[in-house]
Design a binder for this molecule. Structure first.
Ligand code: GDP
Length: 367
């Protein structure tokens, strides 16, 4: 008997045998959720040229991918986009954390849009590999801008070395320009090597500074100041106005001691308030003056050509490194040699030569 309760001695209660429960998944539904169809390079380019933000976003993801097939496709897309690029203003923005980069980019960005431009905000964050996410270029940090249809915001790629991250950002610039963004901001945090990388891909480099921390030049490396085409002291509001003005004059004096920049442009120092949106137009006027100046002197073109050469060399260096370290036998030999060098059994130079000789022999197919 299946259920003792059903014995006739029990009255009133009848337990029915169970039924098999219905499957929770619809057995008639066979189609999987359709994957987005893969696009061809030509389709990517067409979408980008039409200003389709979703396709642009997918193309950037392709650029950021480490998958070889994606990379090959990305390179094809970039190549096809190249003829439509170059006609833009590329502006690097740096400052220590808390200097007010995101607040400022938000208001500078709105200013640019009001002038009728289209803006892409990209970022280079060398720590993004470690933190698996970027604090730069995050949409939530640029609240007003992120709601604007004419602004494209993309956080820092998180791909290994700084060189790798920088190259991807540089390639993303190409895609954005082909999509019709005529103003590009590249944000970076002002504490390390990333400024050099940003400097190598922008026309104008803006350094955001703070006043009122005693030694005004503290925390900012001399090299970064030397790269700056404009220094702006943020938070020039409330009781901070006097201190900001003082800081500005200190920066102006400090700049006298610097050698003239290759463009011969004299970096200007201005104060503004990102939060209260004061002096934004003056900062922008300075940037306009810079572009007028370098276009007139021809420095604009010269610098872009140099940057193009630099990125070609960087790409070659990176690929060579990638290939070299990608050979397991080379890495193993390198480890052995390292030990020998550390134990004073071999000099650094002959050890390096042995490893390179081995590498070259693999290229010739001897091994
Ligand atoms: P970031 O780390 O460089 O991106 O700096 P944020 O834009 O996040 O700004 C850091 C802090 O400074 C925030 O609390 C902002 O509200 C504040 N801040 C930014 N700009 C100004 C400004 O112009 N005036 C004042 N008083 N505070 C500001």
């Amino acid at each position: 008997m299946e259920h003792p309760e059903n014995h006739e001695q029990y009255k009133g209660l009848q337990v029915n045998s169970g039924v098999t429960s219905q499957p929770t998944v619809n057995p008639y539904r066979t189609a999987r959720r359709a994957r987005r169809p893969e696009l061809t390079a030509a389709e990517y380019v067409e979408g980008i040229r039409k200003g389709d933000v979703s396709i642009l976003g997918r193309a950037v993801t392709l650029v950021e991918s480490t998958n070889d097939r994606h990379q090959a496709l990305a390179q094809e897309v970039i190549e096809k986009c190249l003829p439509y690029t170059g006609n833009s203003r590329r502006i690097g923005i740096t400052g220590v954390p808390g200097a007010g980069k995101s607040t400022s980019i938000d208001v500078f960005g709105l200013h640019v849009l009001r002038l009728g431009h289209r803006l892409a905000v990209l970022a280079i964050d060398p720590s993004s590999e470690r933190t698996k996410g970027s604090i730069l270029g995050d949409k939530t940090r640029m609240e007003k801008l992120s709601q604007q249809p004419d602004a494209f915001i993309r956080p820092s790629p998180s791909a290994g070395s700084l060189g790798g991250v920088a190259r991807k950002t540089r390639e993303t610039i190409v895609l954005c320009e082909a999509a019709g963004y005529d103003t590009i901001f590249v944000e970076t945090v002002g504490v390390g090597q990333s400024e050099t990388a940003v400097h190598s891909m922008v026309d104008f480099f803006l350094l955001i500074q703070l006043a009122g921390t005693g030694d005004e030049l503290q925390g900012i490396k001399r090299g970064i100041m030397e790269m700056a085409d404009g220094i702006v002291i943020n938070k020039c509001d409330g009781d901070n106005v006097e201190r900001a003005k003082l800081a500005a004059s200190q920066f102006r004096n400090a700049l006298f001691l610097f050698p003239p920049s290759p463009s011969k442009w004299k970096p200007e120092v201005l104060t503004y308030s990102g939060y209260y949106e004061l002096g934004i137009d003056l900062v922008w006027d300075m940037i306009d003056r810079y572009f007028d100046y370098v276009k007139k002197t021809g420095y604009f073109e010269r610098k872009r050509n140099e940057q193009a050469k630099y990125w070609m060399m960087e790409t070659i260096n990176e690929q060579l490194r990638h290939h070299f370290y990608g050979i397991p036998e080379v890495r193993a030999l390198l480890e052995q040699k390292e030990l020998r060098v550390l134990n004073n059994e071999q000099s650094s130079f002959t050890a390096a030569k042995d490893v390179l000789d081995y590498y070259f022999s693999t290229l010739r197919g001897d091994k």
